[in-house]
Design a protein around this ligand. Structure first.
Ligand code: SAM
Length: 334
């Protein structure tokens, strides 16, 4: 295998290809861990390039390195430290091999066989003096849950987001990537678009055809860079914003007052909605996908004021009612 030249001019020693390692260690992809591997280093280099400049003082955390194709592309950019979080222990030998190769080049590689959803960033990265990049060809099964968790961390300036310049360069199913980036009025606009755009500026970088993966998934993949906003669009509590946006988008095809109204008991719903939409200065006959991020936040703000004055209403759960349409019971980010 070819010797690889690092950004710093140093070289990674010759390594077996990822394809050879997958064969050698008999790494059959596991469906339950959403394993689809990339083998083409032009694509993995392009993903890492999408993360922007990586300095020799920076830390990179890669989610789900698997057999390590993106990992190699990251190492070629020579960050000071690379943290790998992989749930499947079968990849340990191929990741250890990369760690050994990186050692003489002064590149620190820390491998954690762990679940990224439980990974304690503050414990593993106690110091915030170094910039952190989050990169990953994410398992489809956890991708939206992971970024929603990270938006909450961002809103609280905790975990990976104690600094305000931690960017996320991540893959999603192409349709999910389009939803994340969808602008006002786009047909893909949904609660994930609004949630993403309250705390970050999402940028669609490029798409990867499904056939580039082994095994080939049913769908194409989008690479999105999520850049934290220096000034998030709100400092309202994350849980409250999430709840209001979820209710608004629960009835996608209806006037937005219909979904928003389900925050309130049916007997007072119309009156409360009328008053709160007036106060928020939002047209109540817009469809959810026609609402701007600012309008959603204004609706969340007046909801917060309302429940402060009427604390019982905060506990109202429309799902506990009879005859709730099934479309409204879904937690899917659509
Ligand atoms: N990075 C490799 C590549 O691009 O070829 C593998 C990508 S594959 C789509 C997703 C990887 O994430 C797999 O290696 C899988 O084992 C790992 N994974 C799945 N769930 C995980 C979790 N909760 N925490 C950490 N890694 C996980």
């Amino acid at each position: 295998a070819a010797v690889r030249i690092l950004k710093s001019g140093m070289r990674l020693p010759p390594l077996p290809t990822v394809r050879e390692l997958v064969k050698l260690y008999q790494l059959q992809a596991l469906k339950q861990l959403s394993q689809n591997f990339l083998m083409d280093e032009r694509i993995t280099d392009k993903i890492v390039k999408s993360a922007g400049r990586i300095d020799t003082h920076d830390i990179v955390l890669e989610v789900g390195p698997g057999p390590g194709a993106i990992t190699r592309s990251i190492l070629r950019r020579s960050p000071q430290r690379l943290i790998l979080v992989e749930k499947d222990h079968r990849f340990l030998p191929s990741l250890e091999l990369l760690k050994e190769c990186a050692k003489p080049l002064d590149l620190q590689v820390d491998i954690h066989i762990d679940d990224i959803l439980r990974f304690n960033m503050e414990h593993h990265i106690p110091d915030t003096t170094q910039r952190l990049h989050l990169i990953g060809n994410l398992p489809f099964a956890i991708s939206t849950r992971l970024i929603i968790n990270w938006f909450e961390d961002l809103s609280l300036r905790r975990g990976a987001f104690r600094r305000n310049d931690t960017c996320m360069t991540l893959t999603f199913q192409k349709e999910v990537a389009e939803r994340i980036c969808a602008n006002l009025g786009d047909k893909q606009r949904c609660r994930l678009s609004v949630m993403s755009q309250i705390w970050t500026q999402p940028v669609m970088k490029f798409t990867i055809p499904g056939k580039a993966f082994v095994p080939k998934p049913e769908v194409d993949v989008g690479v999105v860079k999520l850049i934290p906003l220096k000034q998030p669009k709100t400092d309202l509590p994350f849980g409250l914003v999430e709840k209001v946006v979820r209710h608004i988008f629960n009835m996608r095809q209806k006037y937005c007052r219909r979904g928003y109204g389900t925050l309130f008991p049916p007997q007072d719903r119309d009156d409360i909605c009328y008053e709160l939409f007036q106060r928020a200065d939002v047209e109540d006959t817009l469809r959810p996908f026609q609402l701007s991020v600012d309008e959603c936040i204004r609706l969340a703000t007046v909801y917060k004021e309302f429940i402060e004055a009427n604390p019982d209403i905060a506990r109202y759960d429309f799902r506990a009612q009879k005859n709730v349409p099934t479309e409204m019971l879904s937690d899917e980010y659509v």
